[in-house]
Design a protein. Structure first.
Length: 213
């Protein structure tokens, strides 16, 4: 019966809408991040302006994620502060993603690209670390309305690890020959896939957090 109940939960409209919210949020976010990355690359040695653009792209990503996730969770967990969820997600996810993008600003392609396996392994580790940090901040918001809010830390880490690997894998595909619209379109597609992965894993495990009655 436990497996049947888990399957019903996995196939429920609630899970589907959560996956859709995460996919839409990351689609918006990675579109903004791809556009910001391409714009920053055109600025050459003007690092302050490039940094500002990268941070702006990260804030768009965090804002979309915080807004859409917070709206969904606010309907499931009565009394949860959507504003608090939005705020911590913007700060941790948005600025965290911007920070992860910064090393590429001054990078040179003269040394060749690192092996894709190494990049993906690093992305898994980065996703797990950022997911856990984000999970802690979000669990502080959930703890007033969820019985086992701290389980969200592990759920977030587990879900963000493969999602980040998808994002980094997509980011490695384009080179200087790609047009800006193509890069942005790839960013959108990558974000949708990464968000769907994020939503599927976190949504499947979300019932373990349990609402506080």
């Amino acid at each position: 019966m436990t497996r049947v109940a888990a399957l019903r939960t996995a196939l429920s409209p609630g899970l589907a809408s959560w996956i859709a919210a995460c996919a839409l949020a990351e689609g918006i976010g990675m579109t903004a991040s791809a556009a910001a990355s391409r714009a920053a690359a055109q600025l050459g040695d003007n690092l302050p302006a490039a940094l500002a653009i990268i941070v702006l792209g990260g804030l768009v990503e965090g804002s979309a994620l915080g807004l859409l996730q917070g709206d969904w969770l606010g309907r499931r967990f009565a009394g949860m502060s959507r504003l608090a969820w939005f705020a911590v997600t913007v700060v941790i996810a948005g600025l965290g993603w911007a920070g992860a993008s910064l090393p590429g600003l001054g990078a040179s392609s003269d040394g060749g690209e690192p092996p894709i396996a190494l990049v993906l392994l690093g992305a898994l580790a980065l996703g797990a670390a950022m997911g856990a940090l984000l999970g802690v901040a979000q669990a502080l918001v959930l703890r007033r309305v969820a019985r086992h809010a701290w389980r969200w830390v592990g759920i977030s880490a587990l879900a963000w690890a493969p999602a980040m690997a998808v994002i980094f894998g997509g980011a490695m595909l384009p080179d200087a020959s790609w047009t800006t619209p193509a890069v942005i379109l790839l960013g959108t597609a990558t974000g949708v896939v990464a968000g769907a992965v994020l939503g599927a894993i976190s949504g499947w495990l979300m019932p373990s957090v349990d609402r506080r009655h």
